[in-house]
Ligand binder design. Structure first.
Ligand code: GAL
Length: 712
């Protein structure tokens, strides 16, 4: 009867404090579940529906528990759960969701709460994933669909293990308003919770286990990695066709076009029905676009207009508060889902639409449903808010899965356990530097992020933004309001085209890197902190004199927010408008210029002046980058392509090149291959190359292969 051993029960006034034993279970190699009290049955894992990718976890092998179990503690206090995890003196923590301005989270106080990012890293963001990764090589995930208060090394316990000395502020200059703390503490507003500890040994291993535990990362269809343009909101079918033609005429690649609110007969709230004037024959229109090799992605928010055909039937399954006077479907209820997604299926997916952009499922508070909203399922407004993004991704993705067709769309909210959901996060904020920091942080949160380009004040800014977009999970222009085209700034049109073409040529690399996300949990776009040989120590520290500053200011001043890893071998260091040079931290080992193959440095900080045409990109020694032809659309399922395999430096290199049909889920039943490429250099500088043979009965889209030694 007493499942949980009660060690200590104290009653102070009306507050009941019960220290709890944690029940531990190893649920997969290197993944432990800790349970305390009575966890709620509705949580992030139940909302996402994620199932561990067992084979991937098994391949990572067995490891020992990465912490001392006795140092992880929990209490039930006044109907809430207090969790505490230890921190070492030198330890840094990363993660806690999609932050935009900081990478190092130690010393932070956050309330993890799904919201539109408001300009501060305070926990309110599009994916406030309750997962953190330690520089010591482990990760912790709190599986709760609640707003969580996180004290990430900010609080000092009276009788703790490492209590810092109390100092006299009057006389002691070293006094700090924020003394050293040796724990991450988390308040979960529920009488129990389950949480997971992921072993390393390296921080990247903990991230990989987290992603694999949540189903493995997203493998987009090949076309999803091509170029996408979102058109002005009131475009008509003819305008869209003309836009596609303009891309073709001007020699810009294009794989999918995004239609914004105007495709619907009413929006904000929505009808989910085509506007009869702008799109009189939607079936014909979608088909004609597909025939030209252009897929369509449709914007929508989920709020149902009283004018919508589905309004009456869905109303009983909607909340008692509205968003823009539209009904809010309770997506935790199958009845609501059947009606909403049934409409999307009949109205659009069955016509050949390839994906969606689910908008406004994140916040802001002034338009979203308030926390006093009643949902018919009985789930609280808080639980629905924390999981709405997960639910809409999961069930919309099912519409495509049923057709054995992959999708790749956009969403403005997600949360923990969303690694496998085929969506990329975007928002309305528009700071290029912060967009790069978000890209870095996405790798700690099991989400993908696009630094979309919308418009710019100058050609220079446009080019700089487009350069970053090309080295990101979704190469997108979002011109819903501006109408900007890739060629809108004639002075940089050529450079923008070159970048777009580079994106297409790199398709074999991008696709293989996403396959590694899917099968090995390795985020394709990653923080430097996850890279071997990376030393943040190289960065000069800035000593703060402000007493209110974070005591970890030294570590914070060393955080790197403006460069990242793209796939196995590339380091990307974006340029921001107005800057002609920048510094780049190269991890230990030799690095080479991506464009020329020239030696760039080894474990050092370099200063580069790349000119306007280039975004600085560096390749690891022995790096192998498979390049395809400059296609205008992603290749068709069995289209065979020539490959040019570029090789950098002189160290023997190995690359696993992924192949499948690029569109279906047949890879899940074995219809895929990884072909091994090995390259080394002989003493006389000759390349020795091998490529494993195509396996019989497996997809093979590779035609002729040539090799190119980039480093002379
Ligand atoms: C915003 C969204 C934009 C665009 C716009 C259309 O909420 O973030 O990307 O889609 O809606 O009204």
């Amino acid at each position: 009867m007493f499942k949980y051993l009660i060690c200590l029960a104290l009653v102070f006034g009306a507050t009941r404090i019960v220290a709890q034993d944690i029940q531990w279970e190893e649920v997969a190699p290197g993944v432990w579940k800790g349970t305390i009290g009575k966890p709620e049955s509705y949580n992030l894992l139940t909302a996402s529906g994620a199932k561990p990718y067992a084979e991937g976890l098994k391949n990572m092998g067995d490891v020992v528990f990465p912490l001392i179990k006795a140092e992880i503690t929990g209490k039930l206090v006044d109907g809430k759960t207090y969790l505490r995890f230890p921190l070492d003196k030198k330890e840094q923590v990363y993660g806690f969701g999609l932050n935009f301005q900081t990478v190092h989270q130690r010393g932070k106080i956050l309330q993890l709460h799904v919201d539109h990012y408001g300009g501060k890293d305070n926990g309110r963001t599009h994916a406030p994933t309750p997962f953190y990764v330690s520089s010591n090589g482990y990760g912790v995930f709190i599986n709760s669909a609640r707003y969580l208060n996180v004290y990430a090394g900010s609080a000092v316990k009276r009788d703790g293990e490492n209590v810092p000395e109390a100092k006299d502020r009057n006389t002691d200059k070293s006094w700090s308003s924020r003394p050293y703390s040796d724990g991450v503490e988390i308040l979960v507003p529920a009488e129990g919770v389950e949480f997971y500890v992921f072993a390393g040994p390296k921080p990247l291993d903990a991230v990989r286990r987290y992603n694999l535990f949540n189903g493995g990362g997203v493998l987009p269809p090949r076309w999803g990695l091509g170029f996408t343009q979102r058109v002005k909101t009131l475009y008509t079918a003819k305008d869209v066709a003309d836009e596609a033609k303009a891309f073709e005429d001007k020699g810009f690649p294009l794989d999918f076009i995004g239609l914004e609110p105007g495709w619907q007969s009413r929006a904000y709230p929505c009808t989910f029905e085509w506007d009869a004037k702008r799109y009189p024959e939607p079936g014909k229109f979608v088909k004609e676009m597909l025939d030209k090799g252009i897929r369509l992605n449709l914007w929508t928010n989920p709020y149902v207009s009283p004018e919508a055909g589905i309004y009456k039937s869905i109303k009983p399954y909607t909340a008692d508060h509205t968003v823009w006077v539209g009904a809010v479907p309770d997506l935790t209820m199958p009845e609501a889902r059947d009606i909403l997604f049934g409409q999307l299926k009949r109205g659009q997916v069955d016509l050949g639409v390839s994906g969606y952009k689910f908008d406004e499922v994140d916040g802001y508070d002034h338009y979203l449903w308030p926390d006093v909203t009643i949902f018919p399922s009985g789930k609280s407004a808080e639980q629905v808010r924390q999981t709405y993004g997960l639910l809409i991704q999961r069930y919309s993705a099912d519409l495509f899965r049923e057709r054995n067709q992959r999708t790749y769309g956009l969403v403005r909210a997600s949360n923990g356990s969303g690694s496998a959901l085929p969506y990329v996060i975007y928002n309305d904020y528009y700071n290029h530097e912060d967009f790069i920091t978000a890209l870095i942080n996405s790798s700690f949160s099991g989400v993908l992020w696009t630094p979309e380009a919308r418009a710019s004040k100058t050609g220079e800014e446009w080019l700089r933004r487009m350069q970053s977009v090309v080295f990101s999970p979704m190469a997108m222009i979002n011109a819903w309001s501006s109408g900007t085209k890739p060629w809108s700034y004639p002075e940089v049109e050529k450079q923008v085209r070159d970048m777009a073409i580079l994106r297409m040529k790199m398709m074999p690399y991008w696709y293989s890197e996403f396959a590694k996300y899917r099968f090995q949990g390795i985020p394709p776009f990653r923080a430097m902190n996850l890279e071997d040989g990376y030393q943040s120590d190289l960065k000069k520290e800035v000593k703060s004199t402000n007493l209110e500053d974070n005591p970890y200011v030294e570590a914070v001043s060393k955080e790197v927010k403006d460069q990242y890893m793209a796939g196995e071998y590339l380091l990307v260091a974006p340029m921001f408008t107005g800057k002609t040079s920048r510094t780049v931290i190269l991890p230990k080992g030799k690095w080479f210029d991506f464009y020329t193959g020239a030696y760039a440095g080894d474990g050092e900080i370099i200063t580069v002046t790349p000119g306007l045409d280039k975004i600085p990109v560096y390749v690891k020694d022995g790096g192998i980058i498979p390049m395809g032809p400059a296609l205008m659309h992603a290749p068709k399922p069995s289209e065979k392509l020539d490959l040019e395999i570029r090789y950098y430096g002189s160290k023997p290199g190995r690359y696993m090149l992924y192949d499948d049909d690029g569109e279906t889920f047949n890879y899940e039943s074995g219809a895929f291959s990884f072909r091994e490429i090995n390259i080394s250099k002989t003493a006389s500088g000759q390349l020795k190359t091998t490529v494993s043979a195509a396996q019989k009965g497996k997809p093979n889209t590779i035609n002729k292969i040539t090799f190119k030694a980039m480093t002379k």
